[in-house]
Design a protein around this ligand. Structure first.
Ligand SMILES: Cc1cc2nc3c(=O)[nH]c(=O)nc-3n(C[C@H](O)[C@H](O)[C@H](O)COP(=O)(O)OP(=O)(O)OC[C@H]3O[C@@H](n4cnc5c(N)ncnc54)[C@H](O)[C@@H]3O)c2cc1C
Length: 478
């Protein structure tokens, strides 16, 4: 038994949804495209699972957050796929792939062949067992990667209102779930081995800003230690968490967010891998020219930093998917993917965005006892990364533009003094004749360094005005 398509997307997550929309925009014909997903629903905006989905009142539910609503684009419901003649093979896991024969074999025994394959298999949550701790099977131990996990988490949360939750892991999932648990009136203790939360991205100063904020909401932190075992009752429910430092925490539920692993196993030995993902070129094309990889599973060249990276964030999933489809449908006419790394998170009423790279020296700005704070990273004399909490849409856009430009920074204390005003001034004053948009992203890139020295006076003047404007402005969310 078998079916054949021109284009097959393997995986039905964020990248798959954005790729599907791009295919239709670029004129795919009915019957040419197929999406195979082990999930039972069409692609949806995964970040909603740790945010709106966990709200105690008026929670987000499908179909409201199918892709591509996260980018303010069309919402692709099952009807949309039908109307566009896109075959959805849902609830169907691909068990093996043969890139030489261009075939995929599903768990149901169906062979699906393709001319062009887009791998969008994302990643899976790492399990405690991979770190030598048993107990993931207990009914009140939760992970969060897909809709089934989210439904399970909601049920467990609802059964332990007012109780105690232990969150294992101080990264994205741990932080967002901890906030949601608090909103659901559950007492939360976070446990992680690092000295501060979000250690891969944040500086200690930014982390302590959020830790203080979480503490004000009642969250407790136990840092520098790890889970060693669970205590269980006769129903195999976890009743307490034992830590390596010898402490014991009573628990009505446990949420585990200890990282992810890209789903590459189907292609190991068939495609070149790098940084744990499938290595692709600037067109998202793998070592096999008929196979592309996008989203969390792809390791792609980040031109801005001159190196290959694998990112685990929704914006790169959306944009890499679009770029791959553009490259496929308009072969030879599309430039290389030129991506500015962008991460964000929203917890309680706070919201931050990060652009670029967190390498080099750090300059913090803003009032770290207030609601709008930020940081810049400066490497080899250039601004390479920026972070802002509590900004407006315009301010975040300014941070993105300034980071993309990579302006020369000669004086860190002057940058600190100017703070957000620096990004606002840089983004408002691009010398038009020097600017070029090679990425197709709408962002102006590569302004020669001398332009920055020439405009230094303007930047300083504008930044004073921008600073006053920034401090005077009420915080707005969008
Ligand atoms: C709870 C949560 C909250 C998040 N919040 C944020 C956030 O606030 N900001 C941010 O930037 N990023 C966030 N992310 C990360 C973001 O969601 C991911 O970067 C994004 O989903 C990656 O898209 P993807 O399409 O590559 O992978 P996914 O969206 O994970 O999709 C992969 C799909 O492939 C399917 N699949 C895998 N293997 C097979 C197989 N063999 N056969 C069939 N199907 C298969 C999976 O079931 C899944 O449907 C969050 C992630 C999670 C889990």
């Amino acid at each position: 038994m078998g079916r054949a398509f021109v284009y097959v997307i393997l995986g039905g997550g964020v990248a798959a949804g954005y790729a599907a929309l791009e295919f239709t925009k670029r004129g795919v014909s009915p019957g040419e495209l197929c999406i195979i997903s082990e999930e039972p629903v069409p692609p949806y905006e995964r970040p909603a699972l740790s945010k709106g989905y966990l709200l105690p009142e008026a929670p987000a539910r499908l179909p409201s957050f199918h892709t591509c609503v996260g980018a303010n684009e069309e919402r692709l419901t099952p009807k949309w796929y039908k109307e566009h003649g896109i075959e959805l093979v849902l609830g169907s896991q691909v068990k093996s792939a043969d890139v030489r024969r261009k075939t995929l074999l599903t768990a149901a025994g169906e062979t699906i062949s393709y001319k062009i394959l887009i791998i969008a298999t994302g990643a899976r949550a790492l399990k405690l067992e991979e770190f030598g701790v048993n107990g993931s099977y207990a009914e009140n131990v939760c992970y969060l990667r897909d809709l089934a996990d989210a439904n399970r988490l909601v049920n467990v949360m609802q059964s332990c209102g007012g109780g105690n939750a232990v969150v294992i892991g101080g990264g994205y999932i741990g932080m967002e779930c901890a906030a949601s648990l608090v909103i659901n009136k559950i007492n939360v203790t976070m446990v992680f081995p690092e000295a501060h939360c979000m250690a891969r991205l944040f500086t200690p100063k930014i982390s302590s800003y959020y830790e203080e904020y979480y503490k004000s909401k009642g969250v407790k932190f136990i840092k520098g230690t790890v889970l060693s075992s669970f205590d269980n009752d006769s129903n195999v429910k976890v009743t307490a968490v034992n830590l390596r430092d010898g402490s014991r925490l009573p628990a009505d539920m446990v949420v585990v967010g200890i990282g992810i692993r890209p789903n590459t196993s189907l292609f190991e030995g068939q495609l070149t891998l790098e940084k744990g993902g499938i290595k692709v070129n600037g067109h998202l094309q793998s070592s096999n020219s008929s196979v592309y990889a996008v989203g969390d599973v792809a390791a792609f060249p980040v031109k801005l930093f001159g190196e290959t990276r694998r990112l685990e964030h929704v914006d790169s999933a959306r944009k890499s998917a679009r770029h791959a489809v553009a490259s496929i449908m308009e072969a030879g006419k599309i430039g290389e993917f030129d991506y500015l790394p962008f991460f964000y998170s929203r917890v309680f009423t706070s919201s931050w965005q990060f652009y670029g790279d967190n390498s080099g020296e750090v300059v913090h700005f803003g009032d770290y006892s207030g609601s709008t704070v930020g940081a810049y990273w400066v490497s080899n004399g250039h601004l390479v990364g920026s972070f802002l909490e509590g900004g407006t849409k315009e301010e975040y856009e300014a941070m993105a533009k300034a980071t993309r430009v990579k302006p020369v920074i000669e004086d860190l204390s002057e940058l600190e003094r100017q703070g957000l005003g620096f990004a606002l001034a840089v983004s408002e004053k691009p010398p038009p004749s020097q600017a070029s948009d090679v990425s197709g992203s709408g962002l102006v890139v590569e302004i020669p360094l001398y332009a920055w020295h020439a405009t230094a006076g303007v930047v300083v003047a504008a930044s004073i005005a921008a600073f006053a404007y920034w401090y005077g402005r009420r915080r707005r969310r969008w």
